[in-house]
Design a protein around this ligand. Structure first.
Ligand SMILES: [Zn+2]
Ligand SMILES: [Zn+2]
Length: 424
């Protein structure tokens, strides 16, 4: 018999993991709604250009990591590697930018990147993200950072630190890149192969390099913060000022760059200082001032954020963050049926419980009663009822409370309100 495995880089989630996934998505939805964000759902695949144009032809994602395929009519489609491009495409297509900007949207969904799978990095993964469309001021940047900080706090992360930087606007960034290239070029072969390539196409990405040689060279590299134009400088200072008002701990991370070409000005990462490794970023985001226009929309500025759902789950487990399971104290009743002859009577009882929104289940296979009771206890049921000949004849039920081993006998037809009171 052939048994299939899930494709490389994908996972099945069940049991305990579902509790975490539900908790993370519920926490996200709750906090985002408090800040007046509304959900948007976009397709899992788009025309390939949606990503090549926005993320950038020379980015790692577009060059190496996209699942791109022709459909039956030869059109090039791509499974979305991130959320922002699709959201922007949808906003422009449906002209969602009305008069009341910023338009605040959040999404939760699957993303796909053809990467070498490792812990917390899969080919199919879920992202939670937000986009605030249509405000160019620093106050929306600060509000986004504030909300994201609260999101991770509400998940149970304790010691958070915000890395914030500005990568400038089109003008000052281009000037800075020239200065950076002038600094790096004389090092020539001392730079790693990747960085030599980056120097041609995507110079800022040298700051992502992990090799010690390049890191050393970059220590003394000119920093963009010294080359920001006046407007960009004022913008960044204002963000810092508002973070101070909010008591959000942050550092000006002058070497922070992020993987998308479309970012301008403010970029940020949320760090957990409880994680003792370079992989301590919980998520990140940034401002993109030109993307909507590049997609054929008006010239409006925006800022977004995204985090990996499974990665967040793994970090929560690593840090022993317990989650409050919703409905943990809700009563759950297990109805043990002793014979298939009583099925009709049993279904009457199950129907009553479920109409009254009481969580219940039954044994669909007839087994030994004491084994069933043990199993129900292990599964966290709070009460059991056994259906035997006596119950069917008299409509009497004996409700056993598994927490304190008390039991109540009642006629479930005549004493429905008493029964419900017991189980609520
Ligand atoms: Zn600037
Ligand atoms: Zn390098």
């Amino acid at each position: 018999m052939l048994i299939y495995n899930s494709p490389r880089g994908t996972s099945d989630y069940y049991g305990e993991d579902i509790k975490y996934i539900d908790f993370i998505t519920d926490t996200a939805k709750n906090i985002f709604k408090i800040y007046n964000y509304k959900e948007i759902i976009t397709p899992h695949f788009e025309h390939t250009e949606v990503f090549t144009r926005s993320i950038g032809e020379n980015s790692e994602i577009v060059q190496k990591e996209m699942f791109t395929f022709p459909d039956k009519k030869g059109r090039s489609l791509t499974l979305r590697p991130e959320g922002t491009a699709s959201v922007v495409r949808a906003i422009v297509e449906h002209k969602l930018y009305g008069e009341n900007l910023p338009l605040k949207l959040f999404y939760i969904g699957d993303m796909f990147r053809y990467e070498r799978p490792q812990k917390g990095r899969m080919r199919e993964f879920r992202q939670v993200g937000i986009e605030a469309i249509g405000s160019d001021g620093p106050s929306i940047d600060a509000e986004v950072i504030w909300m994201i900080n609260n999101f991770f706090k509400n998940l149970g992360f304790k010691n958070l630190l915000l890395y914030v930087n500005s990568i400038g606007c089109r003008e000052c960034r281009e000037k800075y890149i020239e200065i950076l290239e002038d600094y790096l070029k004389p090092f020539g072969k001392d730079l790693c192969h990747d960085c030599v390539n980056r120097l041609d196409k995507n110079t800022l990405r040298v700051f992502d390099c992990k090799t010690s040689g390049c890191k050393k060279i970059l220590e003394n590299a000119p920093k963009i913060s010294n080359y920001l134009c006046r407007k960009c400088e004022i913008h960044l200072r204002k963000v810092f000022g508002l973070l101070k008002v909010l008591d959000i701990p942050y550092v000006h991370a002058e070497n922070l760059v992020r993987g998308f070409d479309y970012y301008t000005r403010t970029i940020f990462e949320v760090i957990s200082t409880d994680i003792d490794s370079a992989q301590n970023a919980l998520g990140g985001g940034g401002r993109y001032d030109n993307l909507i226009e590049e997609f054929g929309g008006p010239k409006i500025s925006s800022i977004g954020f995204a985090t990996g759902l499974e990665r967040t789950m793994l970090l929560m487990k690593d840090l022993d963050i317990d989650i409050e399971e919703p409905g943990k104290n809700q009563k759950k009743i297990y109805v043990i049926n002793m014979s298939a002859d009583f099925d009709e009577y049993l279904f009457g009882i199950l129907k009553f419980f479920r109409q009254n929104k009481i969580i219940c289940d039954t044994n669909f296979n007839i087994k030994n009663v004491s084994k069933e009771i043990k199993w129900a206890q292990a599964q966290g049921y709070s009460h059991i009822v056994v259906i035997g000949e006596n119950e069917v004849d008299t409509n009497k039920l004996i409700i056993k409370d598994l927490d304190n081993y008390t039991q109540t006998e009642l006629n479930w037809i005549n004493e429905k309100s008493r029964l419900l009171k017991l189980l609520r």
